[in-house]
Structure formats: C-alpha cells, structure tokens
Design a protein around this ligand. Structure first.
Ligand code: DLZ
Length: 160
C-alpha cells in the first residue's frame, strides 16, 4: 500500500482574499530559496491573496529568521519563514536547525499568528533541489507552505 505523503492540505472554505502574508527568507542557498519563495508567492496568489498584500523580507541566514519573525509577525495574518540548511562538515547544521525550529514554534504561540515552517534541513544539495522542484519529477514545497498559511490564517480570522 502506498502511503499518501501529502494530506489534502487546504480546507475547501479557506480563501486568501483579504489576508496579509509576510514571507521572511534567508539568503543562504539562494538558488533553492528563490525557487521556494517564487512558488510560495504564486500559490498564495492562486488562492486569492493580492500581490500587494504579500510582503517579502530577507535575512542573512536561517539563524536570523526567528528574530525577524518576532519583530514583524504581528502586522500580518500569517508568516512563512523560508530557509535552506545543507549539512556540512561541522555541527552548524544541527545547532541551527534545532534552534530555529524551536524558536519559530515559540514565536507562533507568543505572537498568536500562524508561522509556517518553511525551513528545509537537507543532508545533500540534491535533496534541497528536489524539494524546491528543481529536479524533474519533484514538487516544489512552497505550494504546501502557501496553502498552510492561508488555511491557518483563515482559522485565526474566524476567531477574531
Ligand atoms: C553559517 C551558515 C552555514 C554554515 N550554513 C547555512 C545554511 O546552510 N543555511 C543557512 O540558511 N544559513 C547558514 N549559515 C548562516 C547562519 O544561518 C547565520 O546567518 C550566521 O551564522 C550568522 O548568524
């Protein structure tokens, strides 16, 4: 039996109309990051978010994502944090991946805004290229992040 790796993410009711979304992305591994960011934007627009309601902010590396989110998130209905970590010869990868994940989760609860985890922690460059749809036959994960942002922001708007 084949396991479904992607749930049917977007709820039928969720629409991006009227939502303000921030994408914060790292500049490391920019070929992969740019492809992920572009597909995220494209999918947000397909879901009804206006181009004018999508803001972009870049930071040097993934380690800087949580601070940028903490400073900016409250002005938006959802934030998508995007970075690509590729394992190297040192402990950097483990330290950053773990810390960034924990901090983004914590920010989400503190700021009470959905923060979508678009940080890839890959063992190889090929894994990163695959997940950005840059290797034939592979899907770009940016579309899942856009769908998750719209669905989660819609929950939040209903509550207010
Ligand atoms: C230093 C570093 C390394 C080695 N690798 C990556 C990476 O693969 N992806 C990424 O987004 N950032 C990397 N960085 C930079 C750190 O995230 C951070 O920007 C610096 O340590 C400065 O705080």
């Amino acid at each position: 039996m084949q396991v479904k790796s992607k749930c049917n993410v977007i709820s039928k009711l969720a629409t991006g109309t009227g939502l303000k979304v921030l994408i914060v992305h790292a500049r490391w591994n920019s070929t992969v990051v740019d492809s992920l960011v572009n597909r995220t934007i494209e999918r947000l627009v397909e879901l009804g978010v206006r181009n004018a309601d999508i803001s972009l902010k870049s930071v040097p590396g993934s380690f800087e994502l949580p601070y940028a989110v903490s400073q900016l998130a409250s002005q938006y209905d959802a934030v998508i944090a995007i970075g690509v970590l590729i394992r190297g010869d040192t402990m950097h990868f483990e330290l950053i991946a773990e810390a960034v994940c924990r901090q983004l989760l914590q920010q989400q609860m503190q700021i009470e805004r959905p923060i979508i985890f678009g940080v890839l922690a890959c063992n190889t460059e090929d894994q990163a290229l695959e997940r950005a749809g840059l290797i034939q036959g592979h899907r770009n994960l940016g579309e899942d992040w856009a769908e998750a942002a719209v669905e989660m922001a819609s929950l939040d708007v209903l509550k207010r």
